[in-house]
Design a protein around this ligand. Structure first.
Ligand code: ATP
Ligand code: MG
Length: 235
């Protein structure tokens, strides 16, 4: 049995249903050691995004324990969960969730503006410098002052990636982050994500349909393997 400091994510007997629907998740056990890189796959509709929302404290389960980065989320208020997520979790949403009235640079720098722990962890001299460094590595540096709405889908995805990894969060959660990238950019993104998570010893939970990405990860999990209720389209 590992001590709590070496466990990034631990779920026990978690049951979840959306208000009006039938139960979606019944997860007896899920354990992710700190620093591990986990690839989670499963068919559309099987509950991957729902599980990520529970782990990042956006949703709360009806039953069970969700222990993340040293905190039992079910014992925290929604606002305490928001603070924990903002400081320690970088989340790449399936639909990006960029702020449409901000520029590319403002979107990327936002977690550091909002959360002091993220700001303190940057190694560049300023937030603007760190934004530029990450944007250059993701090849979006020429768009930094553009409104984010003027970017292509693949470019917006890279903005979402930069925003998630700025300020070295302990846990990076990525929901289908490579679906709009071409092969070269997908490989560049995975190398950058590997480099950054290794540098900062971050835990990575990465969801994708694309099982050809699995060799980049330590652990391969199937949602159907961990969720007793998993349905969804045939993969
Ligand atoms: N806000 C919601 N209210 C009610 N039901 C929902 C809601 N969000 C998702 N569901 C249902 O929960 C189930 C799991 O959805 P979820 O989005 O977690 O799947 P997924 O594995 O991420 O799918 P995809 O690969 O298409 O993104 C589906 O049956 C879906 O219809
Ligand atoms: Mg999803």
């Amino acid at each position: 049995m590992e001590d709590s400091a070496s466990v990034a994510i631990s779920l026990r007997d978690v049951r979840f249903s959306y208000r009006t629907s039938k139960p979606i998740l019944d997860v007896p056990s899920l354990e992710v050691p700190a620093g591990h890189r986990v690839f989670l796959h499963g068919p559309s509709g099987s509950g991957k995004t729902t599980l990520l929302s529970l782990i990042s404290g956006v949703l709360a389960p009806q039953k069970g324990s969700v222990f993340v980065l040293g905190h039992e989320l079910t014992e925290l208020t929604a606002s305490a969960r928001d603070t924990l997520r903002g400081s320690k979790i970088g989340y790449i949403f399936q639909g990006f969730n960029l702020i449409p009235y901000l520029t590319v640079a403002e979107n990327i720098g936002l977690p550091c503006e909002l959360h002091a722990p993220r700001r303190r962890r940057i190694t560049a001299g300023s937030i603007a410098e760190e934004v530029k460094r990450l944007a250059t590595r993701l090849d979006i540096h020429t768009h930094l002052s553009s409104p984010v709405t003027q970017l292509s889908t693949g470019q917006q995805q890279r903005v979402a990636i930069a925003r998630a990894i700025i300020g070295s969060p302990s846990l990076v959660v990525a929901d289908e982050p490579t679906s709009s990238l071409d092969t070269d950019r997908r490989d560049a993104f995975l190398s950058l994500l590997t480099e950054i998570t290794e540098e900062t010893h971050a835990t990575l939970l990465f969801v994708s349909h694309d099982v050809t990405l699995a060799p980049h990860f330590d652990t391969l999990l199937s949602l159907r393997g961990i969720n007793k209720l998993a349905e969804g389209e045939t993969a």
